[in-house]
Design a protein around this ligand. Sequence first.
Ligand SMILES: [Zn+2]
Length: 124
Amino acid sequence: MATSETQPFWDAAREGTLLVKVCTACGAAHWYPRALCPFCFGATAWKESAGTGTIYSYSVMRRVPRPYAIAYVTLDEGVTMMTNVVGCELDDVRIGMRVRVVFVPSAGDEPPLPMFSPIDASTA
Ligand SMILES: [Zn+2]
């Protein structure tokens, strides 16, 4: 759900760019985006993420018509976000797998959602 607070994030998502918030005081990145740094309560600013990270943990949801994988992905910027893993066999998902953000289209006028796909070992 887009609010004025997160509007820049969704605007960037439409352009295929993942944004994270970084503290202007202590320099730490965090997720989800907040107006104040969760570590020192300093002001925060948007920063473009490289969009690459590593699967920290995951679970495959099988009791649904379409099984899917929920994962915690730690971005190379050091923040961990809950997301979905797409674009591969669910049985191939592994902890420690290198992944890259993909923006999956939403219905209607909703902005696309950031999810993650494995980085092909041959191109990583
Ligand atoms: Zn801070």
